[in-house]
Design a protein around this ligand. Structure first.
Ligand SMILES: [Zn+2]
Length: 387
């Protein structure tokens, strides 16, 4: 029955809410705007709009535009140096989870000495406490997947070792976040699906985690319900603003689930895959392993699986396996039921190394499972999921 609830981020939600950047009190005088190396923020005019709104709000800025889909430590260090060199006193992450997560990590390293990995728990991280408070962070999300706008988490890969590890604490919650579904209408269908399933799994994992509680359950079940109902619509017609808004809302709820409950070993296994194979999008990796993963847990947490099946729309669900069937159906409806690890160069022979890497780097997530997976069972999930 016990839980802690801490969600200090002010959220501006809804179509047109980007305009708030021009009128709200900002946490500094000069922003480092962090965006991806791709050109979508420029092509769709989002970067220009953000610049214009900052100017309207009498705020200076500079732009760091190198972030990759699986963001790396080198760019965190480089972005932090740029923030220091230019006297930036807050950081704006504009884009998807990779840009916003990078903004959070840059905010830490702009005020702290040494190497980012000194502050990472797990793998080769040194696990040191972070001495100085990070710069304030503003999150402007143009995707609906990671929930990073409403949670403290940032996930960065150490590129030389393929360790992909999360970090988050009370000072990495954004100062405020803007969730404007109008900025999401340009996301192509396959990415909409990958990101939507990431949000779904933050919710389902948070719901079956042994850290689930009265508060996180409310957010998790609502997010599962909304994603089941609206994600296929958002995938099929990106301009469907109602579907985009509901998926965005579900994603924000899923971020609160991540803040009040936890992810489980599904995320540890996926971080190992996309840490070692950075071309693999996180959401796609999760989809690839999900059916085999949830099959293992269906009988371990039966009541919660029945409730998740009901949330996905099957009111008369009775069996835990109903959830797995509905998950497969949802993946087919979103056109992501045939993703293959082999398409990303992952070899079957490499699965034992991937399994070991999951335990070595994000072993703590296995502690959140209600049933403790062995390395052999984890390898079994990957082998059955392999195509
Ligand atoms: Zn995720």
């Amino acid at each position: 029955m016990n839980f802690e609830y801490y969600m200090p981020t002010k959220l501006f939600f809804g179509p047109g809410s980007l305009e708030k950047l021009g009128t709200e009190k900002l946490p500094g005088k000069k922003a480092l705007i962090v965006i991806s190396a791709g050109n979508s923020m420029k092509k769709y005019g989002y970067l220009d709009r953000v610049k214009a709104l900052l100017e309207k709000n009498n705020t200076e800025y500079c732009v760091f535009d190198k972030i990759m889909p699986n963001p790396i430590k080198a760019h965190v260090m480089e972005g932090a140096q740029m923030a220091r060199d230019n006297g930036c006193d807050f950081v704006i992450g504009l884009g998807g989870g990779s840009s916003i997560d990078s903004a959070k990590s840059i905010a830490i390293m702009a005020t702290n000495e040494g190497d980012y990995w000194n502050y990472i728990y797990g793998g080769s991280g040194k696990g040191k406490p972070i001495p100085n408070k990070p710069l304030p962070i503003i999150a402007i999300t143009t995707t609906a997947g990671t929930g990073t706008e409403s949670d403290p988490w940032t996930v960065i890969t150490k590129e030389d070792t393929g360790e992909k590890i999360g970090l988050g604490y009370e000072f990495t919650f954004p100062y405020f976040s803007i969730i404007d579904p109008e900025l999401m209408t340009s996301i192509p269908p396959h990415l909409t699906a990958y990101q939507g399933f990431d949000a779904l799994f933050h919710s389902t994992e948070g719901y079956i985690s042994n850290k689930a509680n009265l508060m996180s359950d409310i957010f998790a079940l609502k997010a599962i319900e909304l994603l089941g109902k609206y994600l296929p619509r958002a995938v099929k017609n990106g301009e469907d603003l109602e579907a985009r808004s509901m998926v965005a809302f579900a994603n924000t709820l899923a971020g609160i689930v991540e803040s009040t409950s936890t992810c489980t070993s599904e995320h540890a296994i996926e971080h190992s895959l996309s840490g070692l194979y950075p071309e693999l999008p996180h959401g796609a990796g999760l989809i690839m392993i999900s059916l085999e993963y949830y099959k293992v847990f269906a009988d371990k947490v039966p009541d919660r699986f029945v409730k998740m099946a009901k949330a996905l729309g099957k009111q008369d669900a009775r069996k835990p396996s109903d959830f797995v069937d509905l998950l497969a159906e949802l993946q087919a409806n979103c056109g992501v039921d045939n993703l293959k690890m082999s398409d990303y160069g992952i070899k079957k022979d490499d699965l034992p190394r991937i399994t070991k890497h999951a335990f070595d780097t994000m072993g703590q997530l296995f502690e959140n499972d209600r049933y403790k997976l062995s390395e052999a069972e984890t390898l079994g999930i990957l082998e059955k999921a392999y195509k």
